[in-house]
Design a binder for this molecule. Sequence first.
Ligand SMILES: C[S@@+](CC[C@H](N)C(=O)[O-])C[C@H]1O[C@@H](n2cnc3c(N)ncnc32)[C@H](O)[C@@H]1O
Length: 289
Amino acid sequence: MDIHPRESSRAEAESTPRWRQRMEQIDSQVDVIRLPDVDGDAPDQDREFCELITLDGEKKTVRFHDYDEVYKVPGFYEGLFYELLQCSSPSRVAALLDDVLEDFEDSSEELRVLDVGAGNGIVGDEFLARGVERIVGVDIIPEARQAADRDRPDVYDDYVVTDLTNLPERHEESLRKQNFNCLATVAALGFGDIPPKAFLKALDLLVTPSWLAFNIKETFLETGSDGTGFSDLVKHLNRDGVIQIQAYRRYCHRVNVAGEPLHYVAVVARKLRDIPDELMEFWSQRGEE
Ligand SMILES: C[S@@+](CC[C@H](N)C(=O)[O-])C[C@H]1O[C@@H](n2cnc3c(N)ncnc32)[C@H](O)[C@@H]1O
């Protein structure tokens, strides 16, 4: 299947997804994205790849999860995951948070958002559209910040390239000072991306009370079939009253290379108390096993 993102129709209405409106401003360097023919079972999500041909004629095979490679080419991330594979997660997660905020009579304009696994800023852009007070991106690779600066320079008040599993003191100090009251993490948990220990550290950086809005592959929250630890972590946080889940919705995050739906859950929760030291210690040790 070929796709030519430059030929996609212009944003026409208010309902046009935010990422597509933004594509009008991105100088896409993508000519063709070609998915492999799938004969039999689709490959594991972590092993999916495609062929990219850029406008200057360069041709290469890129594994989807090699984000450094993906972000380097303007328009590639959007063309692959959003246009071709119909990813809907940033708007889904943000809309679920909207619903809950409405019930609580809270305003998104008072949110100070920490966007973890921020990538090139598509999630940040959803929050920008909601008029949040402040939004700061965190990602582990410099290519993500470079892509956000290049493609969505107006989104973040700050963008920190750091590792939350081993957060340097200077980053911890500067992040804590910002009194974040909302953690967003979309399409970034599991798969060798953000591990439970890093998610917990992000949660710890928030004031109490705060909001959490995240998504995760549904099997990563199922007891027994989860190798990532997130199912245990979320249960642990709930049981100890650190978080209270307010909304939980299963939906199609995107399709895979064979066109089959990949189901994720969007979760909105409230951080109700500071994370006890024993819990931090437990997950810190477990993360090193
Ligand atoms: C699929 S992208 C999602 C980007 C963005 N949230 C979105 O929905 O478009 C996953 C991002 O998580 C980042 N990531 C992976 N491990 C991370 C970690 N330990 N800490 C922070 N970011 C991480 C990757 O570099 C990548 O940019």
